[in-house]
Design a protein around this ligand. Structure first.
Ligand code: LLP
Length: 458
């Protein structure tokens, strides 16, 4: 659920008309509701309260410094996948000792930095990684806190590109091999502290059954590992799906009751998982969760302006100023995002159209053959539920600057990020000296260096 709704025909984010934000900050523009962010965290915590979960927000879903700061102030931890994310969490005021570090390709540099900063645990995805962490921890004379990521071989029944828990996927260590890996780590790797065990079977799970299947499969293993090595925690990963087509009228709570009941929710997740997790927590195991999309997905929208309406062949195209570089999800996963006008037309007429961006690819499309509100040039539209994996996956493709982001807190709004300027979008680039007419006759070491902070020619 979220705090975007129509009031007198205008789309509001909490107490602010979204149109007024777009007028000030321009488009394309991401707008987030702080209330929704806070409510989502509290809702998950409340539903899962019987097992007192420790939430580690998955930074990859939305890594805005301001949103990380809010999460830190709510007292939750973080799931990071690079040293860049870990340092950003620290910069935002998050505690590194509440961070888990995931990912199949941690570099030596990243492991060393994470050991320096002192994280809660590395979620380890392979034996070579375990060996590397052990070796580097030894050099620093430390014991590295580790959880093995188990691949439980359970199909999450979600989009193939975001399925992670089957043996077709690169993630984790196969379920059958896990007990022997712990044994090996325990006897051989003296600089490893076996602290936990982790799973994550996929993202945007709209049904809780695969979660339950995976946790049920894991429970005896967790008990065994706790008995043998005193494991402290079991992380059940992220993956809780959101509803991408929510009602925006008042009374959306009713809608949730009627139509939303077909979807996964924190309450349904709790109902399925608490009976399985309770015996573990009763024996002292801490439960961790790594929600990303559930926290930010519905809390953010992408606001865009209609540039042109064109008809070609049999179709209507609404060409907007946002594109796949701003929000790649529809192009990459064929994902559905609701598209609504910021100002409802009095007639409420609709027509069938593709809403597309200006990028030179046919895949640059937010929807296809969809019945949407009739719009005209200059109208503003909101692409809903764009808070997760929107901005974090944005790029400069087609020479487009990264959009601005605004956070709303009731009647207040402020920038999380200003719009990138065109010049700064190429700030790290340079022209090799031999291509600069006035430099090319000089010996290489006398040539000017671009960008300015480049130390030397390679
Ligand atoms: N934990 C691990 C180990 C993960 O790999 C992920 C997401 C999460 C937690 C958070 O999952 P969530 O609660 O957000 O489902 N770009 C894709 C989603 C990629 C998810 C990657 N891993 C999309 O836009 O749908």
């Amino acid at each position: 659920m979220h705090n975007f709704h129509y009031k007198n025909g205008k789309l509001f984010c909490e107490s602010i008309a979204v149109e007024s934000l777009a007028q000030q900050a321009g488009t394309p523009l991401y707008v987030y509701s702080q209330k929704t962010l806070v409510e989502n965290i509290r809702r998950l915590e409340t539903a899962m309260a019987p097992v007192n979960p420790h939430l580690c927000y998955a930074v990859k879903a939305n890594a805005s410094l301001g949103i990380l700061s809010l999460m830190a102030q709510l007292g939750i931890g973080f799931d990071v996948v690079s040293i860049g994310e870990l340092k950003k969490v620290k910069q935002a005021g998050g505690k590194t000792e509440q961070c888990v570090f995931a990912g199949v390709g941690k570099t030596e540099e990243e492991i060393n930095a994470a050991l320096d900063l002192g994280i809660y645990a590395f979620n380890v995805e392979s034996i070579p990684e375990l060996e590397r962490i052990n070796r580097l921890a030894k050099k620093q004379d430390k014991k590295a806190p580790v959880a093995i990521r188990v691949n439980p071989n359970v199909d999450a029944k979600t989009h193939a590109k975001i399925t992670t828990g089957t043996y077709e996927n690169k993630f984790g260590i196969a379920f059958e091999e896990v007990a022997s890996v712990y044994q090996k780590a325990h006897s051989k790797y003296k600089n490893i502290h076996l602290k936990g065990v982790q799973i994550h079977i996929g993202s945007q799970l709209t049904n809780v059954a695969p979660f339950a299947k995976a946790v049920k499969k894991m429970a005896p293993l967790v008990t065994q590992l706790r008995a043998e090595y005193g494991l402290e925690f079991f992380s059940i990963g992220g993956g809780l799906g959101i509803v991408y087509n929510q009602a925006l009228e008042s009374g959306s709570a009713d809608w949730w009751h009627n139509e939303g009941k077909n979807y996964a929710s924190p309450e349904k997740l709790a109902k399925a998982l608490i009976p399985l997790l309770k015996p573990l927590t009763a024996s002292g195991v801490k439960v961790l969760m790594e929600p990303g999309r559930f926290v930010v997905g519905n809390a953010g929208i992408l606001v865009t302006r209609v540039e042109y309406i064109k008809q070609t062949g049999k179709k209507n195209f609404v060409i907007v100023d946002a594109a796949m570089n701003d929000l790649i999800r529809p192009a990459l996963y064929e994902s559905y995002h609701q598209i609504v006008p910021l100002k409802k037309s009095r007639t409420e007429k609709t027509f069938k159209a593709d809403v597309v961006g200006p990028i030179c690819e046919s895949g640059d499309r937010f929807c296809q053959n969809r019945e949407i509100s009739e719009v005209k040039e200059g109208d503003l539209l909101a692409i809903m539920s764009a808070g997760a994996y929107g901005m974090t996956m944005a790029s400069n493709y087609n020479g487009r600057p990264i959009p601005a982001e605004v956070l709303v807190n009731d009647k207040e709004a402020d920038y999380l990020r200003i719009r990138e300027s065109i010049q700064t979008s190429w700030r790290y680039e340079g022209i090799p000296g031999w291509l600069i007419p006035e430099e090319k006759t000089l010996p290489p070491n006398k040539r000017k260096r671009t960008p300015k902070n480049k130390k030397e020619n390679i």
